[in-house]
Design a protein around this ligand. Structure first.
Ligand code: NAP
Ligand code: MG
Length: 402
């Protein structure tokens, strides 16, 4: 059998623990037999990040800027315990944070839906993709405790020494205060990533803020989105037959709960933090949540939404077989291969990516599952298998499809 050929390599970012084990299994069992895989390999394991003073992470992100499409394995973000465990030189920053800063991107998360696993919100029939703005607001704020009566003001100083001052509150006793910001540039980049993703996915884009209460801050988000849409994306949306819809955040939450899904929901930073956890848990399992970082100039980095599944890894190290769910990591590979195929005009590769997703969903629907899905899937004769056997079932489904 001849394997599918590629043109441009993917940027391959390897990672840690159980996901690193699954990474190789996915390539060996599901991809290599069918595709003559081309990648540029970057080892982002904690060991190698430490050895290269984290230069490897920066290099991989820069290469993604050049080649356009990356696929990333989950990686350990070190904490005090990992410092000991890996005898690190430094407590290296989160690789995802580093990559996001270099690509200036927005993260899109969508659940993989299968028949037999009903979302807790029973009207949801299609996935809802959350696009979370990953910069500013309460995540980059300055906070203060006020110990007694005081006047609080916002003060802005320009380079020429001019100041702008606004009264916040006259405190008659103790209290708390918070100052936060965002930039027009970051909001516009966020808007462009969202419009671009919606066009790719051929899905409507919903966006909401609290502009009735926050008449300057949130209103700026609304205005920038409207402006970018009108000047750059309206015609493309018309061509794709999709809509941009803006409303208030409380209204959108009510609408989401009554919708059948199938749209992209752009959220300000805090809203996205909260709502992506809601969507993930309503759809069942973190192991079924995909994630892609999209930069405003159209670079893509695909990954799973979950971490390195440490508990399963220690089991694996003890020689026990584990039933870790590879779906989200597998979909990171198919997402990256499909995007690469579209950019390079490789229809066979694009069909392969679609087929892998279809067959892996059918595998679960046929009752062959990993342990995490056992409590979720309703099926008369389910069979819980280990990760290798689950991937082998997908590969055998692929062979049957020819
Ligand atoms: P996690 O790796 O997502 O795992 C949390 C728990 O969720 C697991 O113990 C497991 O539950 C379940 N789970 C997650 N993915 C699963 C899968 N594919 N199949 C089956 N079960 C799955 O999160 P964590 O334990 O908080 O973090 C572990 C490490 O991952 C940390 O070092 C963290 O820094 C890193 N992390 C990396 C990323 C990233 O690279 N994007 C994201 C998050 C965390 P049971 O144990 O009950 O089976
Ligand atoms: Mg959260």
């Amino acid at each position: 059998m001849t394997r599918i050929q590629m043109k441009t390599p993917l940027v391959e970012m390897d990672g840690d623990e159980m996901t690193r084990i699954m990474w190789n299994q996915i390539k060996d069992i599901v991809i290599h037999p069918f595709v003559d895989l081309k990648t540029e390999y970057f080892d982002l394991s904690l060991v190698n990040r430490d050895a290269t003073d984290d230069q490897i992470t920066i290099d991989s992100a820069n290469r993604t800027r050049e080649l356009g499409v990356a696929v990333k394995c989950a990686t350990i973000t070190p904490n005090a315990q990992r410092m000991d465990e890996y005898k690190l030189k430094e407590m290296w920053k989160s690789p995802n944070g580093t990559i996001r800063a270099i690509l200036d991107g927005t993260v899109f998360r969508a659940p993989i839906l299968v028949r037999g696993i009903t979302p807790f919100v029973s009207v949801w029939k299609k996935p809802i993709t959350i696009a979370r703005h990953a910069y500013g607001d309460v995540y980059r704020d300055a906070e203060m405790e006020i110990s007694g009566p005081a006047v609080a003001e916002l003060v802005v100083t320009y380079p020429n020494g001019q100041t702008q001052i606004k009264r916040i509150h006259d405190f008659d006793g103790s209290g708390v205060l918070l100052g936060m910001h965002n930039t027009d540039r970051s909001i516009a980049a966020f808007a462009r990533s969202c419009f671009r993703y919606a066009i790719d996915a051929r899905q409507d884009l919903w966006f909401a803020t609290k502009d009735t209460i926050s008449k300057t801050y949130d209103h700026r988000f609304k205005d920038i989105f409207a402006d970018v849409f009108e000047t750059e994306y309206k015609a493309l949306f018309d061509d794709a037959g999709i809509d941009y819809f803006y409303t208030l955040i409380d209204d959108v939450v009510a609408r989401v709960m009554r919708s059948e899904g199938g749209f992209v929901w752009a959220c300000k930073n805090y809203d996205g933090d909260v709502m992506s956890d809601m969507i993930a848990s309503a759809c069942g399992s973190l192991a079924m949540m995909t994630s892609v970082l999209v930069s405003p100039d159209g670079k893509y980095e695909y990954e799973a939404a979950h971490g390195t599944v440490t508990r399963h890894y220690y089991k694996h190290l003890r020689g026990e077989s584990t039933s870790t769910n590879p779906m989200a990591t597998l979909f990171a590979w198919t997402g990256a291969l499909r995007k690469r195929a579209q950019l390079d005009g490789l229809s066979e590769l694009e069909m392969f990516a679609d087929l892998v997703e279809k067959v892996s969903i059918e595998t679960i629907e046929s009752g062959i599952i990993t342990g995490d899905l056992n409590a979720l899937l309703v099926h008369p004769d389910k069979k819980v298998v280990n990760t290798t056997d689950f991937l082998a079932a997908i590969a055998s489904g692929l062979k049957k499809e020819g």
